[in-house]
Design a binder for this molecule. Sequence first.
Ligand code: NAD
Length: 356
Amino acid sequence: MTARKTILVTGGAGFIGSAVCRHFVSTGRYRVVNLDKLTYAGNLASLRAVEGSPDYRFVQADIADDGTVRSLLREEKVDAIMHLAAESHVDRSIDGPGAFLETNVVGTFRLLNSALDYWRELDGECQAAFRFHHISTDEVFGDLPFDSGIFTEETPYAPSSPYSASKAASDHFVRAWHETYGLPVVLSNCSNNYGPFHFPEKLVPLVILNALEGRPLPVYGKGENVRDWLFVDDHVKALEAVVTAGRLGESYNIGGRAERTNLAVVEAICDILDRHRPLADASSRRALITFVADRPGHDRRYAIDPAKIERELGWRAEETFESGLEKTILWYLDNDWWWRPIREKKYAGARLGHGG
Ligand code: NAD
């Protein structure tokens, strides 16, 4: 894509989507139209930095609302869709999988159809430049043993949870719309993100805030499950590389080369907080760690090989796990205006967040 393109970001009021909106607007190279239904996970407070910008517009709508999506695509002359809207929490998908099918599968299908009809109306040059970028997860690849294996773009899909099954299905639909109808798509599958503006029911923010408040720090099983961790702003830079320079029809694995057990993540948070906010008796917050019954179908390990995006698109994670985690913790310490209203409303310690 050349400069000054209009991007439709779906799910732009969520954790990663809001980081996409903030970054893309800040570059001055894009107009960003954020389409979000504002479910429990959507929060316009995450967009304060851009809400007054002439390069930013928010529209509250469902991705499945074809009428609104189609007229928005035409009215804004959209050059690319970055599709992040989803139900994203694994534990919620176990309690109630229906919403995951509705949004992640049916919603993506309807969005693809709206995009295809719009794309067909474009002239040849705009058709060639158009992109539909589906933002997906490494969880579609399923379970790895603790001691071997790594996900590449060729790894067969083997999702374990209703969440990952719904994301796998949507990945397949996106590929099919490319192969069957010629829609110019790119896909990316990323590992666990963490960073500022992360909804406080997910593991990292939940543990930071519980640890600050002296509450128990719940860890599934023995805390042995391994995930790869990526700082959200590094993910956003990777997404920019994929949507602007990714090869058509290709998928790119995105990861931080930072595998950690859940227990190591929780302990690292305790240690950083102890350094920045020592307890009066100088004890360690690790004492708050509480092991709880494991989640059903809990994949042991995810490990991602980001060699393709590094080689082809020159992207590389800039933060180490330790530097990114420290930045994240300092952000939560400085920005209680953002998380306190959410915590106080209904989520204080309510859930254990090891989700997607
Ligand atoms: P999130 O739950 O924080 O945000 C999702 C956003 O989508 C919310 O703002 C919500 O209001 C919106 N939304 C939900 N249903 C909608 C609908 N039907 N129509 C319009 N908007 C709707 O999610 P996130 O963590 O920011 O993840 C974004 C995307 O990235 C998801 O597709 C997820 O699968 C993927 N992903 C996330 C991670 C991670 O670690 N968080 C890792 C890899 C991939």
